[in-house]
Design a protein around this ligand. Structure first.
Ligand SMILES: Cc1cc2nc3c(=O)[nH]c(=O)nc-3n(C[C@H](O)[C@H](O)[C@H](O)COP(=O)(O)OP(=O)(O)OC[C@H]3O[C@@H](n4cnc5c(N)ncnc54)[C@H](O)[C@@H]3O)c2cc1C
Length: 431
């Protein structure tokens, strides 16, 4: 089928996410979500241990519906198998189409087969995906915020028509190539180049630590040119493009992470993203993804806290449930307070993003504090589970290990500290 015809066919698949959500919800008529956060009425005076501040009431009906639907999807399709994926070090490629059918890919973008949700709705979806596993959330974040977003924001109309509908459907998988082996926190030091050769571009270099790299159909690659850093849409079947998956990871194992190698990759002149030059391009994509993370990690933290809370009430030592010991209660209370605080921050930032008043440094606030909180929660929950906490039978150590990556990618904890330090002092401490 010609690209034009394919594009038209895909364009006809423009469902709004809420329609998909409703039909999916209808297909689960007899199921009640076991998670207590769902639709639990808030009784004044009896705070719900799983929603202590009653933050659920700050969501509107549409947001709760979407949240519950993604939670059900995760319960059905991620949680039963994710420990095995983690142990085997795989992320099943077919999940792309399933997430696409639900409208989760590029969901906060308008048009081109995307669902066009609000930022808060996008954040809630990230939260529920990450309650399953950071790998599932990373897949959706990279596809939507790092691969589709630059095409949507900076691409030509032809590029948008060609790539976005199929990426939204999960028919094509994307990746985002910015980091290099010697260029991490300072991506402007990248060495990958793109030079003009007649009407073509020729790319040389390599990218490291690229999520979805080995399973991608298309890579958005950032490279130095005579005009500054530019983004290129690279079909991964192009001669000279190769990938090597990174093995022996002990974090984000249910996610593909790869090296991209570009050896004289020749692309037509219209492969460049025409509407951005300079680091503004990749950095604006990172802001989109960081926003998803500041919501997402609350899901990972919630899964750890709930696991520890349940375990502490069942596990007996010294003839008493360990939940009755003051030291255990201190851990559980710190977890609960951190999660509620993080959720309020996320929701506030989400409302600001939807209102168009969110600053990039405020995203750094959320990424810094919520990831730090989630990692603290995971480590503390791990200790509550004792020896059981080191097995994949419980979700805790999987989340704990995943969060080490989340602490590092999309701007390390230190880089976000420096962004905030600069924002409040006016002084740059980066170099
Ligand atoms: C699982 C995983 C998936 C990833 N996916 C992608 C992807 O899809 N696409 C992509 O492009 N990249 C991806 N990355 C790369 C990620 O964004 C980088 O790892 C991150 O930017 C940090 O770079 P680095 O690892 O080279 O660490 P470095 O930059 O070498 O930092 C090492 C340490 O030095 C600190 N440091 C650096 N500079 C300063 C400074 N000025 N002041 C104080 N401390 C400093 C850092 O905070 C850190 O603690 C991924 C990484 C992981 C682990």
């Amino acid at each position: 089928m010609a690209i034009g015809a394919r594009t038209t066919a895909n364009m006809e698949r423009r469902y709004l996410l809420r329609d998909r959500v409703r039909s999916l919800r209808d297909s689960y008529p007899s199921r009640t979500c076991e998670n207590h956060l769902v639709s639990e009425p808030i009784k004044p005076g009896t705070p719900d241990p799983r929603d202590f501040l009653g933050i659920d009431a700050l969501l509107d009906g549409e947001e709760r519906l979407l949240r519950d639907t993604v939670r059900q999807f995760v319960a059905d399709r991620v949680l039963p198998d994710v420990a095995d994926w983690f142990e085997a070090g795989v992320f099943p490629k077919e999940m792309a189409r399933e997430m696409g059918a639900l409208g989760l890919l590029g969901m906060h973008l308008e048009g081109y087969g995307c669902a066009g949700t609000s930022s808060v709705q996008y954040g809630l979806a990230c939260l529920e995906l990450e309650a399953g596993d950071s790998g599932a959330r990373s897949f959706a974040s990279v596809q939507g915020s790092l691969a589709m977003y630059p095409i949507w924001a900076f691409g030509s109309e032809e590029q948008k028509q060609e790539w976005l509908p199929r990426m939204a459907a999960g028919d094509l998988i994307g990746c985002f190539g910015l980091t290099e082996a010697d260029s991490g926190s300072d991506p402007s030091s990248m060495r990958t180049t793109a030079r003009r050769d007649g009407g073509d571009w020729v790319l040389n270099g390599s990218k490291m630590w690229i999520t979805n790299g080995g399973i991608a159909d298309v890579a958005v690659v950032w490279a130095q040119t005579d005009e500054g850093v530019r983004g290129f849409v690279v079909p991964t079947e192009t001669p000279g493009f190769a990938t090597n998956d990174i093995h022996q990871k002990l974090s984000l194992r249910a996610s593909v992470t790869s090296e991209l190698v570009l050896s004289d990759v020749r692309l037509p002149g219209d492969a460049v993203l025409p509407n951005v030059v300079g680091m503004k391009g990749p950095l604006s994509c990172l802001n989109e993804a960081r926003f998803g993370i500041l919501f997402g990690v609350i899901g990972a933290a919630r899964a750890c806290y709930e696991s520890a809370l349940d375990y502490s009430k069942e596990r007996t030592q010294f003839d008493k449930p360990i939940a009755s010991f003051q030291l255990t209660q201190r851990k559980l209370v710190d977890m609960m307070v951190g999660i509620n605080r993080g959720m309020l921050v996320a929701l506030h930032l989400g409302r600001k993003k939807d209102a168009g008043t969110l600053d990039a440094a405020q995203i750094s606030f959320g990424k810094l504090d919520n990831v730090r909180m989630a990692l603290d929660v995971a480590r503390s929950a791990r200790s509550v589970l004792g020896a059981n906490g080191i097995t994949l039978e419980y979700p805790v150590i999987r989340h704990m290990n995943n969060l080490e990556s989340v602490f590092t990618y999309e701007g390390t904890n230190e880089i976000h500290t420096l962004i905030l330090g600069q924002a409040i002092t006016g002084e740059s401490a980066f170099s």
